[in-house]
Design a protein around this ligand. Structure first.
Ligand code: C5P
Length: 289
């Protein structure tokens, strides 16, 4: 049976603001998002039994219809008028799970993109983003990739120019945070610190890396139920090791630092080796093909 392989790139939130609570319980967001080179490898093998399965190097990931990559394959094949086709999806996970790095969304988006080119279904990128919306709020961005402002639940995207050349160190502490619980505990009216999103966008448009890094901020950092100290200590270390800016990504707990030079980023990566966090040295990537 025919197979296709694809990379699923993680995302980071250069900024994250929550503007209001919507009537459906979701929240109106304003975020600057960036794809990074840290990725999962996915192989999709189509079959004519109509069955779906998945396998990965992480034993605790669901291997059935609860897996976002499997749901994406089903959704796509139905939309493409191929309801009798099934798929085996093999995932080599590198993106930490429940980290705020959009790992599940990245896998789902990669499945949509790969099946679109492999089957010749010919959906436009906008149509794929629309399909992705039903799977998760970050899936449309992961379909598009690159650098973008995201509004609404995260599905209203406007591309930005690529970030100026830079290097990124991502740190994943040894705990997780519940996304719905963090959203539920967030009170839009009581937030004191907000990112300067306009200034951030101007800095990116002007190719000003320092200006962009200085404006990175995530409103969830202020309302972490526990472990708030660990997240801010990690940010502090990244800054101490030469990051131009540091922030938590998404609903955390992954924290990243933006560095101007590869040497500084590498030095920070090695300096953090004894800190008990998983670390990744990576770079922004531009719009996905
Ligand atoms: O869309 P997704 O499944 O990724 O969202 C996970 C959870 O995050 C939702 O159930 C909701 O509680 C919260 N969320 C939100 N507003 C958003 C995105 C997510 O409240 N814009």
């Amino acid at each position: 049976m025919s197979s296709v392989e694809v990379k699923a790139y993680a995302k980071i939130n250069i900024s994250l603001d929550v503007l209001s609570k919507l009537e459906d319980g979701y929240h109106e967001m304003l975020m600057v998002m960036q794809s990074v080179g840290l990725c999962d490898d996915i192989r999709i093998t189509l079959n004519d039994t109509g069955r779906f399965e998945s396998r990965s190097n992480l034993s605790y990931l669901p291997d059935d219809g609860r897996n976002l990559a499997v749901r994406a394959a089903k959704l796509f094949l139905d939309a493409a008028g191929m309801p009798d086709t099934g798929a085996m999806i093999e995932i080599q996970k590198r993106i930490p799970v429940c980290a705020g790095l959009g790992g599940g969304s990245a896998d789902a988006a990669a499945v949509l993109r790969a099946l679109n080119s492999h089957t010749g279904a010919g959906f436009s990128r906008e149509a794929l983003e629309k399909l992705g919306e039903t799977l998760g709020s970050d899936v449309p961005f992961c379909v598009a990739g690159g650098t973008a402002i995201a509004r609404g639940r995260g599905e209203k995207l406007k591309p930005l120019p690529p970030l100026p050349t830079c290097h990124i160190v991502i740190c994943m502490p040894d705990f997780t945070i519940s996304t719905p619980a963090l959203f539920n505990s967030f009170d839009c009216g009581r937030t004191r610190n907000r990112p300067d999103t306009e200034g951030l966008v101007r800095a990116i448009e002007g190719g000003d890396l320092q200006g962009a890094a200085r404006r990175m901020y995530n409103v969830f950092e202020d309302v972490l139920p526990r472990n708030r100290g660990e997240v801010s200590a990690l940010k502090g270390k990244l800054l101490e090791y030469g990051a131009l800016g540091a922030a938590m990504s998404g609903t955390g707990p992954a924290v990243f630092g933006l560095f101007g030079g590869a040497d500084k980023a590498e030095a920070a990566y090695y300096a953090l080796s004894g800190s008990g966090v998983r670390r990744f040295l990576t770079k922004p990537i531009e719009i996905l093909q």
